[in-house]
Ligand binder design. Structure first.
Ligand code: NAD
Length: 456
């Protein structure tokens, strides 16, 4: 694809004002939903070829979120696009004031591989809902999902409005040579820095949805059986290749053994070898990631799982016990089916350990004690999270989704996403029939007193 030409055409199309029309946006979202719905089987087949993700998981963790937000936007765009009146104050009497949402313009959305549909299509459709044009660059890692998105979007939408550019570093670099009104990136913190630098050259605003290690604290008063059930699901969903998966467990020492036993019980349903692979568990996306994960596993600390097969890119859900903060598995985001367990006795020390590290994307605490929960939420800064659950906060689009510090800049989902891709234009509207003389020369003490009376 000729990137400079595509860029120019999207600029011209935005300037034609067509995307500002709310009914145009609604029509395009309905069209997108129809295209996805009528090609679901193609989407399922592509993702299965890439990393054996089942139809159930693809629907529940990717398409369901996409359909939900399409429906929400179709219903809410007319309301959210309306100006909102705000109070004006005497200084500007008899003016009125309002805030007018408007689309930012031309946007670039760069996706990650781990939820290839959700992380590409959801931000893209949010940008469209807010009235922008979109160039979408999905991750090249799951090549079949990238191809099917390109095929469906590029054959059904005009490229001046919504286009998919496939490719990796080379193509992304070429795309970033232009100025966008928003660069929306999902991926690693390391690449996030490269994107931020490239965008800064043009003063393009960014939203960066990044990663990191998300801690999970389990207190002795938690319901251990339910805790284990919820954590095991959240951790091994997508074979642990989830940015908000519980990365590691910090458990109060007195319940460590009980927790390990409960986790093992819950993990029994997963396959133990590549031959046992079923629709309930995925492959590791490629051998590069397999090797990275393989090197993290310290066999002497494995207390459940640990089987792996490079040829089939299979890693059994693996539990590691007696882990310390100095172990390899604690040095970088795991992003795979390995769950390390660290026991603690002093909660304040644990809080310090977390605070000494980059701010996590997610944080989870399992406890019934309101005081402990309040303390943790007050002391630890993180993007988003859950109490007595993991991962599920992503399913509520009323909750802004995004990181903080090294785990990201900005957020999206639902109304927050609409605002992320909008500019809120401030307007003061004054009629001609009255003008106070207070602000004009010649200045006097009386005028000054009047101003201070107005503001103080
Ligand atoms: P990645 O950073 O390797 O790649 C993301 C995108 O950037 C891809 O489209 C890729 O083609 C592009 N890219 C890679 N290197 C580039 C370069 N040098 N220059 C320009 N573009 C480049 O990330 P990934 O492996 O796809 O995803 C894994 C990471 O993403 C994890 O850290 C995970 O936590 C994070 N993640 C975050 C979220 C979130 O919502 N916050 C969601 C999913 C994944």
């Amino acid at each position: 694809m000729d990137i400079p030409q595509l860029y120019r055409s999207q600029k011209a199309f935005f300037n034609s004002n067509q995307t500002k029309d709310v009914s145009f946006r609604i029509q395009q979202l309905k069209k997108l939903k129809h295209i996805l719905k009528s090609n679901e089987q193609k989407l399922y087949d592509a993702i299965y070829t890439d990393f054996a993700k089942s139809e159930f998981e693809t629907y529940a963790t990717e398409l369901a979120l996409i359909y939900h937000d399409i429906n929400l936007f179709i219903k809410k765009i007319p309301d959210w696009s309306r100006k909102t009146w705000v109070s004006t104050g005497l200084a500007n009497f008899p003016a009125s004031s309002y805030v007018m949402p408007e689309p930012l313009g031309n946007t670039l959305v760069i996706g990650a591989w781990n939820y290839p549909y959700q992380l590409s299509i959801l931000p893209a459709l949010t940008a469209l809902a807010a009235g922008n044009t979109v160039i979408l660059k999905p991750s090249e890692v799951p090549s079949n999902t990238s191809r099917v998105m390109a095929e469906l979007i590029n054959t059904n939408f005009s490229s001046e409005y919504f286009a998919v550019v496939e490719g990796g570093v080379l193509e992304t670099t070429a795309l970033l040579e232009h100025r966008y009104d928003k660069v929306f990136f999902t991926g690693s913190t390391q690449v996030g820095k490269i994107i931020y630098q490239a965008a800064a050259k043009h003063l393009s605003p960014v939203t960066l949805e990044l990663g990191g290690k998300s801690p999970t604290i389990i207190m002795a008063d938690a319901n251990i059986k339910m805790t284990a059930k919820r954590i095991v699901w959240a951790k091994f969903l997508n074979a642990g290749q989830t940015c908000i998966a519980p990365d590691y467990i910090l458990v109060e020492k007195s319940v460590k053994e009980k927790l390990i036993e409960a986790l093992k019980k819950e993990m029994a349903i997963y396959p133990h070898s590549a031959e046992e692979m079923s629709d309930h568990y995925l492959k590791i996306v490629n051998t590069k990631n397999f090797d990275r994960l393989d090197a993290m596993i310290d066999n002497s600390k494995v207390c459940h799982g640990g089987n792996r097969n490079r040829e089939d890119r299979f890693i059994e859900p693996t539990l590691m016990r007696d882990v310390s903060f100095d172990d390899d598995v604690m040095k970088e985001e795991i992003f795979g089916p390995i769950l390390p367990i660290i026991a603690f006795t002093d909660l304040d020390k644990v809080i310090q350990e977390i605070k000494n590290r980059p701010k996590p994307l997610s944080f989870y605490v399992y406890s019934k004690n309101k005081k402990t929960i309040k303390k943790l939420l007050k002391e630890i800064s993180f993007g988003g999270g859950a109490i007595n659950d993991s991962v599920m906060h992503i399913s509520n689009s009323n909750l802004p989704f995004g990181g903080v510090g090294m785990s990201g800049i900005g957020s999206y989902h639902g109304k927050t996403g609409f605002d992320t891709f909008s500019h809120h234009k401030s307007i003061l509207h004054k009629p001609f029939w009255f003008e106070s003389s207070v602000k004009y020369p010649l200045y006097s003490n009386l005028k000054r007193k009047l101003i201070s009376w107005l503001v103080e």
